[in-house]
Design a binder for this molecule. Structure first.
Ligand SMILES: *Cc1c(COP(=O)(O)O)cnc(C)c1O
Length: 737
């Protein structure tokens, strides 16, 4: 049984606050604050320096700020009024009964919620247990599920040191380091039993029993449960099982996936939560299927093959990886050492068990594939964009030899982003004024976005300019800090103040530095790039950010090449690289750039979401026709882009060198002939009306489709609804909110 006493960390914190500010504690312990525009400044005003030092973590802020300051605020009637207004809004949000999901999907009940499993969750920079796109998507999924009232719980791992942190040394080489997450000072609650002891579940990892404790993070109405093995009563090796996200070797990986999948199901059981549906977001969590089956077998006494269908009816799977090598597989040896005592509990022989994860049955050299397991034991499977759906059907046709590629039962739901997390409030205010006060809850309605044309050009342009100024300020701040940390010369540190200019056409490129993303494609013809970026009359600047996986030497070389490139005198104020990419830098970038550049090798970008974030803020995409952009991009009859630009042709060639040449040529051509002239075609007030027209088209055409409210509606109506099968080629859901 779980402790239901009222003593939570939030009540604890609230006891330390002056009376009129006590409600701040409850706001601090629910990430709802992070996507309500005014909330951010409510915390930040308390003490901007401490706020910065605490990594924008409101719990740590309230714990560390001086009592004098709190007292001062507690007698400031304006501040107290703001606290109360927001706390009232929060109470209303949490208590709302008449939600979208209660009307459209009443069959998903609070008693039988959807359990959403993922190896990483990216909710906010103050909870650094994410690495990139997958985690951000999972975070946005929970936020929209909360907004729409979909009964859901999240399940993941709480990593003591999260993902690695990045700094560059003087020769531009990435150095990796780790920081401990101080769980006790974070907006987390350790779940306790009736005796007040941490609630613990046990799982077997190789020959040892490992104790796992459970933390809760509140994401609006959704609870996210994160599992943690860092307990004193565990073997020192096991304490580090949840130490690092995507760290270690195959053995660490399988052990973590056992904790996530099997531990996750046991944790929900210990919490008294009985999911009506399990959603596996990527294959990492697929062991959960085995545990769901084991519990059914234990309860009913039936055989594995008798309960298989009932497991499948309750489980759905989303795949994210368009290359075979990206899917987790484990050798039979590794499976033996982790599961030899487990498969008898399923009533299976070793061969029967290993067959669940084998692509081709009867091949003794087939490793155990997590995606294969998920495809075998889930009712539906989907990719994350239309193109990725196609690629996945091809890739997994091998599992369905009797089917043609087109009928392989893998569909797609195109990813989106959570509108109010990623939209700058300066722009959101415009939408409130010209579209609808409640634009955010109606974000998926295309009619609403037609009204964007009513926003005066100057108004949109100058607000965008302010956001660009903030981006420049952020870039300078981070680069100054990095140069100071490297012990660079005073000259170099002061030179930061001359870097970047808000009036210059600004390109953003931020993502993992994986070779397929071609972070250095722009540098392919260094002279041509120098002409474009160094132009005196019509200058162009670019801001890079992103990490290379610690084991990815080629990715690190790409970063180094960029650092070398920016050292040229003509470029040193026009090219910037921000270290240690996180959601804060991401927000600044997607809110402030003119152009978002994305040039992966097709079709390796399953969806991508950062370009979608840009659209909400009036930025324009210039991207290879891959992932979501295949669906987003619109051109006129002459092939000229209406809502952005398409790099290269949409044909694939297997000759990488040739593809790089075609795509980089196309990119230079677009910049020289279209993008730069359009941007600098400005009137006497410095406004480019043709540019603003394109900004507006980008907003109108992309925003209603590529948001997580639409995405959740798709999942709820096409996938979560009981009995749904996977339609392989269905278009976007048209569900009114
Ligand atoms: C949105 C986001 C991503 C995902 O971007 P892609 O378009 O998938 O490359 C990665 N990291 C952070 C911090 C983000 O905010």
């Amino acid at each position: 049984m779980v402790n239901t006493l009222s003593s939570t960390p939030a009540t604890h914190l609230s006891a330390k606050l002056p009376r009129s500010l006590k409600r701040l504690a409850y706001l601090a312990y629910n990430y709802w604050w992070s996507w309500v525009a005014d909330q951010v400044s409510l915390f930040e005003t308390i003490n901007p320096d401490v706020w910065e030092r605490c990594g924008h973590n409101p719990v740590a802020l309230l714990e560390s700020v001086s009592y004098e300051r709190l007292t001062q605020l507690s007698i400031d009637p304006l501040y107290v009024k703001r606290v109360n207004l927001l706390a009232d809004e929060f109470d209303r949000y949490m208590a709302a009964q008449n939600t979208w999901a209660s009307r459209v999907a009443p069959q998903i009940s609070k008693q039988r919620p959807v359990a959403y499993f993922c190896a990483e969750f990216g909710l906010h920079e103050s909870l650094p247990v994410y690495s990139g796109g997958l985690g951000i998507l999972a975070g946005d999924h929970l936020k929209s599920a909360s907004d729409l009232g979909v009964p859901m719980v999240g399940v993941g791992l709480l990593y003591r040191q999260g993902y690695f942190r990045q700094r560059l040394n003087r020769s531009g080489w990435q150095e990796d380091y780790y920081i401990n997450n101080p769980f006790e000072q974070m907006p987390l609650e350790l779940i306790r039993n009736e005796q007040g002891e941490p609630l613990v579940i046990e799982i077997q990892v190789r020959q040892r029993l490992v104790k796992v404790q459970i933390w809760r993070v509140q994401v609006g109405r959704v609870s996210l449960y994160l599992l943690d093995t860092d307990r004193q009563d565990n073997d020192p090796i096991d304490r580090w099982l949840t130490g690092h996200l995507y760290g270690g070797n195959q053995e660490t990986r399988i052990a973590q996936e056992v904790v996530l999948g099997i531990g996750g199901v046991r944790a929900l059981q210990a919490l008294g939560i009985e999911p009506g549906l399990y959603h596996l977001n990527e294959g990492h969590a697929a062991f959960c299927l085995l545990e769901v089956a084991r519990l059914d077998i234990q309860r009913t006494g039936k055989s594995f093959y008798d309960i298989e269908k009932s497991v499948r009816d309750r489980c759905v799977f989303t795949t994210h990886t368009p290359v075979p090598a990206g899917h987790d597989v484990f050798s039979a040896d590794l499976m033996d050492s982790f599961f030899a005592q487990y498969w008898p509990q399923l009533g299976l022989s070793r061969e029967q068990f290993l067959a669940l994860g084998a692509r081709r049955l009867g091949d003794p050299w087939e490793p155990f594939g997590m995606t294969v397991l998920a495809l075998r034991l889930c009712r539906t499977a989907n990719g994350v964009s239309e193109l990725h759906g196609q690629v996945s059907r091809q890739m997994w046709n091998v599992l369905y030899p009797e089917k043609s590629v087109d009928t392989v039962p893998i569909g797609y739901v195109t990813n989106g982003v959570h509108a109010s997390t990623w939209t700058a409030s300066l722009i959101g205010d415009l939408y409130s004024e010209y579209l609808d006060q409640d634009w955010f809850n109606n974000v998926a309605d295309p009619k609403l976005w037609e009204k964007v044309d009513q926003i005066p050009d100057d108004e949109l342009w100058w607000r965008h300019l302010v956001l660009k100024e903030r981006l420049v300020a952020h870039a300078r701040f981070k680069i100054r800090q990095a140069r100071q940390n490297r012990g660079e010369s005073l000259d170099l540190i002061e030179a930061v103040d001359r870097m970047l200019d808000p009036n210059t056409l600004t390109i953003g490129f931020a993502r993992r530095f994986s070779p397929y993303k071609r972070g250095d494609l722009l540098l392919r013809d260094a002279n041509r790039a120098l002409k474009i970026f160094g132009d005196l009359n019509r200058p162009v600047q670019i801001i890079f950010a992103g990490k290379a996986h610690p084991a990815d030497e080629e990715g690190k070389r790409i970063i180094q090449r960029i650092v070398e490139w920016c050292k040229q005198p003509a470029l040193q104020n026009r090219v910037a690289l921000i270290e240690d990419y996180d959601t804060y830098t991401a927000r600044k970038l997607v809110q402030g750039v003119d152009i978002w550049l994305n040039n992966p090798r097709r079709p390796l970008e399953a969806s991508g979401t950062s370009g979608q974030k840009v659209c909400f803020n009036g930025g324009i995409n210039c991207s290879v026709l891959d992932g979501w952009w295949c669906e987003g991009y619109q051109a006129d009859a002459n092939g000229k882009g209406l809502n952005g630009w398409a790099i290269g042709e949409d044909a694939n060639t297997s000759n990488q060198e040739l593809q790089d040449k075609i795509d980089s040529e196309s990119l230079y051509q677009l910049l020289e002939a279209e993008i730069v002239p359009l941007y600098y075609d400005q009137d006497a007030n410095g406004v480019s009306h043709r540019w603003v027209k394109m900004m507006k088209t980008s907003i109108k055409t992309n925003v209603p489709a590529f948001n997580t409210h639409r995405m959740i509606a798709d999942y709820v109506t096409r996938i979560y609804a009981p009995g749904t099968k996977m339609d392989v080629g269905q278009s976007l859901a048209k569900v009114p909110f």
